[in-house]
Write a protein that binds this ligand. Structure first.
Ligand SMILES: [Zn+2]
Length: 117
């Protein structure tokens, strides 16, 4: 049993922690969607920098997905599942509109064409 005191405003449980460094904004949004589906509040850090890629150092352009520290363990469990799916299924290109889709999408995010294996 754990007695958590949420009245403490300096509680580190409510600091944002990075749980995933995405390759790009698209992947960051996939991860964000998975985490939010599980009812965990999350945000993307660095998304705005993507538009300026090429003008700034690469490491500053990287997109991070962040959750509250108190949710970190739960979110990481979701990511384990995501990364297993990602490894077993490659990204795919929509045959209808040629949009690039992450492996976790069953439908094209752009035109909603069903993924065709
Ligand atoms: Zn499409």
């Amino acid at each position: 049993m754990q007695n958590i005191n949420n009245n403490n405003s300096t509680d580190s449980s409510f600091q944002w922690v990075t749980i995933y460094k995405a390759e790009n904004t698209l992947e960051a949004n996939i991860v964000k969607g998975l985490i939010q589906t599980a009812g965990i509040e999350c945000k993307i850090k660095g998304e705005m920098l993507q538009g300026a890629l090429g003008e700034i150092p690469y490491d500053q352009a990287q997109v991070s997905v962040q959750v509250y520290a108190i949710k970190e363990r739960h979110a990481r469990q979701i990511l384990v599942n995501y990364q297993q799916v990602k490894q077993s299924a490659p990204d795919w290109v929509c045959p209808n509109c040629n949009e690039h889709n992450g492996s976790t999408f069953d439908f094209c995010w752009s035109c909603e064409t069903l993924k065709n294996d």
